[in-house]
Design a protein around this ligand. Sequence first.
Ligand SMILES: CC(C)(COP(=O)(O)OP(=O)(O)OC[C@H]1O[C@@H](n2cnc3c(N)ncnc32)[C@H](O)[C@@H]1OP(=O)(O)O)[C@@H](O)C(=O)NCCC(=O)NCCS
Length: 257
Amino acid sequence: MVTFQRVAFETDGVLRSPIAIGHDEVQVWGVLLEIADSELPQATSVLSCEEQERAERLISGGHRRRSIAAHAMLRAILSRYCGASPHQLAIRRTPNGKPVLSDYPSIRFNLTHSHGRALIAVARDREVGVDLEQVRREVDVVRLAKRFLSERDLTCIEQGDPAQRHERFLKAWVAREAVFKTDGRGMTFPLHRDYLELTGDGTKGWLVLGDTASDEKRRPVRFLALDLGWIGAVAAEGTDWTVTVCNWSESRINRGT
Ligand SMILES: CC(C)(COP(=O)(O)OP(=O)(O)OC[C@H]1O[C@@H](n2cnc3c(N)ncnc32)[C@H](O)[C@@H]1OP(=O)(O)O)[C@@H](O)C(=O)NCCC(=O)NCCS
């Protein structure tokens, strides 16, 4: 189970014990984007000019504050993998906007944030993507599925318990985002060529890609155990990886999801 918690954005992450990560694991952190006014200057000070400018461009004060928190906390976490201070990490964006570490190419990561919460996925030597969405019961998901998703997704969403429709819709959605973010292309429309194949107890699945340009047609996706009302998924290159849920405050790692 992923616990969303505040990450201390101290400036000397390098002094804390390093975090080990195996080639076959994807480590996932749940982050609460809460930050006090008094902490804003310190959090802002670890950001790059680009990150500060992006935050400045946000009109809503709440969004600006959460953007600062997300990137300061992301840096605090990454610094533990890299053995460098948070503000020293050079993070650049690919042409499609995916942030990557310039000086530590074997450490791959991805960030998602939604309504004051974030997930950060970290892997070694394999690209990774993560997505988080809040369940909004007022949304007509069948209408959205008819408009955007595939026939197979729609059938899956419509069948079974109607109370589970939003969860089934969001699983089809976050699976796409996690896979597309792994590839660094962001959400790529149209979405109706692909479909989600759920396996077992619904904690895993395959996103089956109908895009003829894709080399890999079946991409594994892991759904994360989150608080009620949240749906999240992680994807990564290859098939030989498992998810490890990380806990900042307890500074220990729980194996498995
Ligand atoms: C990337 C994208 C899927 C994010 O979707 P979202 O649900 O709104 O947002 P999420 O919270 O899940 O993810 C946002 C984070 O993903 C990361 N991200 C941005 N672009 C990304 C990409 N192409 N691939 C992977 N991750 C990306 C960033 O860390 C971003 O957070 P930040 O802007 O605060 O740094 C969406 O913005 C998209 O499809 N963008 C298109 C990419 C593109 O065409 N860019 C054109 C050149 S800039």
